[in-house]
Every structure is written in C-alpha cells, then in structure tokens.
Design a protein around this ligand. Structure first.
Ligand code: NBP
Length: 476
C-alpha cells in the first residue's frame, strides 16, 4: 500500500527544503532526484531535523508507487526543458486523476501548454510560484498556485499548512487559471529587482554623499526597518553591512564584493512581458539595466578614465538620510504601482480575474519582497477593487506629496554629482509623466505622421484620424 500523501521530484536547494517543510507539518512525503546522492542527503537531513516522515527513492517507478492515489507530485527542478523531460518520464507511470504541481520559476505559457497536454491525458496540472529562497522553502514560503480551481482544492490542505503564516492567514491562495501563478511569481521577482536596485542606490548615496561608514549604514537601515520601509530586504541589508570578511577580518565583506550582479531570467521576462502588453515599468526595467551595465566592468573602468569624476561635495548627513528615505519610499510606491498595473492588464487580457488585494496579502510573509508596506497595498485594493494605480489611492498620494521635495532633492543632487540613480530617477520621471495631463507626445505623433503617414487625432475635433502633407522648409 502506498503510504505517502505527496511526492516531490528535484532535491536541490528549493526541493529539499520544501520536502522537509512538508514532512515537518506531518505529511508523509516521498522524494526522488535524478542524482541519487541528493536523495541520501535529504534522508540524512530528515533524520537529523527530527526524524521527519520522508521516504527516499532512487528510481521513478518505485517513487510513483509510493504515493497514494490520486497522486500529488511537486516538481522543483530547473525550469524549461528539464520539466518536459521529467514529464515525459513520469506520465507513463501515472494514473488518471493524478496531479503534477510545477513549483519552478516557469514561463507562464509553458505551464499553459503543459496544462492542456496533461488535462487531455486525464491528469491535473498546476503552476505554483514559490518564493522565499532556502529559508522560506524550509520554514514557510509564499506560494502562488495557478491552474484549475479543483486541482488547487486537493492541494489546499497541504499548502495552507506549509506556507508562511501572517496575521491574516497563510501566504497562499488560489491565484487564478492557466499560468497565472507563474505570472504573479514572475512579477513578484520583477518587483524584487526594483526593490534591490533602489536599496543599492540609497546605499551608494549615503556612503558617497553622506560619508556613512558600514556601521552608520547598519544603524540607518535598522532604523528604517522599524518604520514605513520595514521589509525583509531592508532587514538583511542592515545585516550585510556588519559581516566581517573571513579572509581579512579588518574589513567588512561588502567592501570586498565585486560590483557585478547576475540575473536568472524572471526580471528579463517581466520587462519583456510589460513591453509586449504596452505597460510602462521603468523602475523595474532600470533595475535590470543596472545589472546588465554592471556586467560590462572593463568598459566601465575604461570609460571612468576618460570621464574622471569630480570630487563629491558631501552633504549634511541627517538631511541626506531623511531625503534618501523619502526618495526610496516614493520610488517604491511607483515600482509597486507599475507591477500591479502589469498584473491588472495581464489579468484582463488573459481573463484570469486576479485579486490584487489577495495577491498583496499573499506577499506579506515568506517571500523576498515581504514588507509592512504590502498591508497598505492590500487595503488600497480592498477599498477599491477597480483602483487603476496606487498613485490614485488617497493615502499613497498624501504620502508622496509629503515626501516629494526630498525625493527631487536627492535625484537632482545625485545627477549633479554624477552618481547613477537609475531606479530612483526612473521612478521620479514615471511619477511626473504618469501624473501629467500633458506630455510632449503630440510632437512625436506629428513626426510619425510627417515621415510615415501614421495619422494623428486632434484635441479639438472628434472626427479623424487625420493626416497632413507636412510642408518641408529645408531641402534634403
Ligand atoms: P535548480 O534550478 O538549480 O535545479 C536543480 C534541480 O533540477 C536538481 O534537482 C537537478 O537534478 C534537476 N534537474 C535538472 Br538541472 N535537469 C534535470 C533533468 N533533465 N531531469 C531531472 N532533473 C533535472 O534548483 P533550485 O535552485 O532548487 O530551484 C528549483 C526551481 O525553483 C527552479 O525553477 C527555480 O527557478 C525555482 N526557484 C528557485 C529559488 C532559489 O532561491 N533557488 C527560489 C524560488 C524559485 P540533479 O541534482 O540530478 O542535477
């Protein structure tokens, strides 16, 4: 008799920790990994972490046989072809009604294609975003499951137990049909890119314009973490400044880390998706661009010799700290506003009926962008389900008005002194453009009509579109 309530394939960082989390909550779990040594590692950890109910298998048929029907099998393998390979191997061993849940950072359309294929064969399929990294997976992640609602119902008793728990309940709820779970996770990651870049720019400004030491920075970030900026990323940033270098204990590790940042693809997908749907997300896009620019290290060093920077004029510390805090907070509002609009547009176009208030609630715990701030977003969308932008929410609007002057001071000071603030300034320009009743795009439209007969609409007439044979005043 199969005795396991659930199975999990893929025992790298995420899979191993999620399996132990599931077992810790009393669900007996069967595990399998292509490389057998990871099965042994998982069993050793299960034993050492309290004799957790984990059963290990080194071949797929015995793994599948160990799970009670209808089977629930979570995949936590590298997204893309590895998932197709596993499905090819697993499908012949499954029985009708069994369910596969892909917990990887998968492209949402791949999940939709696999769902169609699996459902045609009589199986259920869910794409479930998992956030929180290693610790989240082990002690409570944020989970974003999408797919058919009845498939989710079967999984609900387990995921509601293993997810992070916040005051308002577990950080998991049914996201919507199709690949919506993967999509929401993708946008979560895009927002995460934005948050990280904004924090990095704040650090740079405080260090270079304010002369703050690592200990000062630790204090400031700890203080910020007590207030409106409270978040996991601010909290870990405070810790980072105090970490001593293991090779040279007179220095902090942060000062020894190369200024080149990688990316795995979800930030790029978010930017591509936003462009495909015509949704501006400049804060997130600039965060991605900065990672790309960072990679061109040699070019940057060569160009820095061509354009030597002038000495920086240091600023009044306390004033700078307050202004940077204001700039960070306002930019964060803009970044989340952009992410939420992308979710709304995708939801309308894909007919997912996403509940933005519930998504913000689900991000309150377990995930990398968890923050007090998400409560505010949740209330904004609860108060007004049709809210078109966070900029139009009264309380966010008031906060921006109170902080706007500091935000502008910081961005202009940075630009005058040659300190790159791509995300802070992109957010400010976004704010200025998104709150302008007039943009100079009338000229762009005139240019398009001039050279390409793309036509234009007029502000004083309802007929049209119009086209003009523009009078050329200079010879070619
Ligand atoms: P990885 O994304 O590094 O994938 C490693 C796992 O995939 C191993 O179990 C490996 O087996 C398996 N695998 C590969 Br690669 N090719 C395979 C194939 N052809 N057949 C069978 N198994 C194959 O692991 P991860 O970092 O734990 O992430 C798992 C998923 O969760 C990914 O989609 C990731 O994007 C997502 N995620 C990761 C994080 C994070 O913080 N790491 C956070 C949130 C989501 P092997 O041991 O035999 O090589």
């Amino acid at each position: 008799m199969p005795s396991c309530e659930i199975g999990l394939i893929g025992l790298a960082v995420m899979g191993q920790n999620l399996a132990l989390n599931i077992a810790q909550h009393g669900f007996k779990i069967s595990v399998y990994n292509r490389t057998a040594s990871k099965v042994d590692d998982t069993l050793t950890r299960a034993k050492n972490e309290g004799n957790l109910p984990v059963e290990g298998h080194k071949d797929l048929p015995s793994f599948i046989d160990s799970i009670a029907k209808p089977r629930k099998i979570i995949l936590l393998v590298k997204a893309g072809p590895a998932v197709d390979k596993i499905l090819d191997d697993v499908v012949p061993l499954l029985a009708k009604g069994d369910m596969v849940i892909d917990g990887g950072n998968e492209w949402f359309e791949s999940t939709e294609a696999r769902t169609t294929k699996m459902e045609a064969l009589g199986f259920k399929y869910l794409g479930m975003g998992v956030s929180g990294g290693e610790d989240g997976a082990r002690y409570g992640p944020a989970l974003m499951p999408g797919g058919s609602p009845d498939a989710y119902e079967a999984l609900k008793p387990i995921v509601e137990k293993i997810a992070a728990q916040v005051e308002e309940g577990p950080c998991v709820s049914y996201i919507g049909p199709g690949g919506s779970g993967n999509y929401v996770k993708m946008v979560h990651n895009g927002i995460e890119y934005g948050d990280m870049e904004l924090i990095a720019e704040a650090y740079d400004l405080l260090k270079r314009l304010g002369g703050l030491t690592n200990d000062d920075l630790n204090e400031v970030f700890k203080r910020w973490n007590q207030g409106e900026l409270q978040s996991f990323l601010i909290e870990i940033t405070a810790d980072i400044f105090t970490q001593v270098d293991e090779y040279d204990n007179h220095h902090r590790l942060i000062d020894k880390i190369l200024d080149v940042a990688g990316s795995k693809g979800t930030g790029m997908w978010t930017v591509q998706e936003a462009a495909r749907r015509g949704v501006p997300i400049p804060t997130i896009q600039s965060a991605l661009d900065m990672r790309y620019i960072s990679v061109f290290k040699k070019l940057r060093v060569d160009a820095s010799r061509v354009f030597p920077k002038r000495p920086l004029a240091t600023q009044d510390k306390e004033r700078l700290i307050k202004d940077v805090q204001d700039a960070l907070y306002c930019s964060k509002i803009c970044s989340y506003a952009q992410g939420m609009i992308l979710l709304r547009v995708a939801s309308d176009e894909q007919k997912w009926n996403l509940n933005l208030a519930e998504i913000a609630r689900g991000w309150k715990g377990g995930c990398i962008i968890r923050a007090k701030f998400l409560d505010r977003i949740r209330s904004a969308f609860t108060k007004n389900k049709e809210l078109q932008s966070l900029l139009l929410d009264e309380s966010f609007a008031e906060e921006i008005k109170e902080r706007e002057a500091g935000w502008r001071r910081v961005v202009s000071m940075a630009q005058q002194q040659g300190i790159p603030v791509a995300a802070l300034s992109a957010s400010l320009s976004y704010f200025d453009a998104a709150s302008s009743d007039h943009l100079p795009l009338n000229l762009v439209q005139a240019q398009r009509d001039y050279f390409g007969a793309h036509t234009y609409k007029r502000i004083d007439r309802t007929d049209g579109p119009h086209h003009t044979i523009w009078a050329r005043t200079t010879e070619l």
